[in-house]
Design a binder for this molecule. Structure first.
Ligand code: S3P
Length: 263
């Protein structure tokens, strides 16, 4: 099958801010935005917790895979994926085919503290602690990512700006005519296919905020209905080579963002 997509895809643990950042980026770039969990819920006619209840995690993973397959023939957009999308190898392969994968890195404690309605995440009420779930997925996130943004200690606008900058430098977004938010946080290059972007920016470690205030505010809109906003733009040239790090300004922590919830 021909792949038309070349989407911009956000992955990362629950609470990493994928939905919020995807929506923001899509708005800035005038692209459509699709939230995978919302899409699955609409298709299934039931909530994610209900799907887990009736079909188990396995059933949900199959739905994720179906969703990713359906994205192969969709016009370019920004995709926000559920945190466990990387668990299945087939899904990881599809993600790589689907476009440029941006991994929002977070640690388990910070992630959980950002989730305002944990009951909407079935795995958070399971037997396995979040830190263990995250640890079991780390290698998958890293393997799948083209670009990694370290979200620890920074706000969602800063995360969005870092992702936007890295995508632009990788030739995955057209040149900007507008300023892109404050801070220059934590984007590093990815590792997957050779034709994938490698651009990054990362501040000196010492300049990164450490435990200073409550950082980001992920996101998902209460309804989880991230829907399209406008038409996408074509990608520009690819930009490949080895990993690279570009020092940046030290990010400032903002506390303004809301905690996200979802139904
Ligand atoms: C899951 C993450 C959730 C949702 C489901 C499973 C996971 O999405 O897909 O509860 O396995 O990590 P978010 O990452 O958007 O919370």
């Amino acid at each position: 099958m021909d792949v038309l997509a070349n989407h911009i895809i956000f992955i990362g643990f629950m609470g990493s801010g994928k939905s919020s950042v995807a929506r923001r980026l899509a708005r800035f770039e005038k692209m459509n935005c699709i939230d995978m969990d919302s899409y699955i819920e609409r298709e299934a006619g039931m909530s994610v917790p209900r799907i887990f209840e009736l079909e188990g995690e396995e059933g949900f993973r199959v739905r994720e895979l179906d969703f990713l397959r359906s994205m192969l023939i969709r016009d370019r957009c920004v995709l926000s994926c559920g945190g466990g999308v990387v668990v299945r190898e087939q899904s990881r392969e599809l993600l790589k085919q689907l476009g440029t994968v941006v991994y929002l890195k977070v640690d388990a404690d910070e992630a959980v503290s950002r989730i305002s309605r944990p009951e909407t995440r079935p795995l958070l009420s399971g037997a396995v602690p979040p830190a263990e779930i995250l640890a079991s997925r780390l290698a998958y996130y890293e393997e799948t990512a083209d670009i990694t943004v370290d979200t620890r200690g920074i706000s969602m606008p800063q995360v969005t700006a870092a992702a936007q900058r890295a995508l632009r430098m990788a030739g995955k977004l057209p040149p900007s005519s507008r300023p892109q938010g404050s801070g220059r946080p934590h984007a590093t290059s990815g590792s997957s296919a050779a034709s994938r972007p490698r651009t990054a920016s990362k501040p000196p470690a010492a300049s990164r905020p450490q435990g200073s205030g409550k950082p980001s505010s992920p996101d998902r809109s209460p309804s989880r209905s991230d829907r399209p906003q406008a038409t996408g733009k074509p990608p520009s040239a690819d930009n490949t080579s080895s990993k690279q790090q570009i020092p940046g300004r030290s990010p400032r922590v903002r506390r303004s963002a809301r905690l996200e919830g979802r139904q």
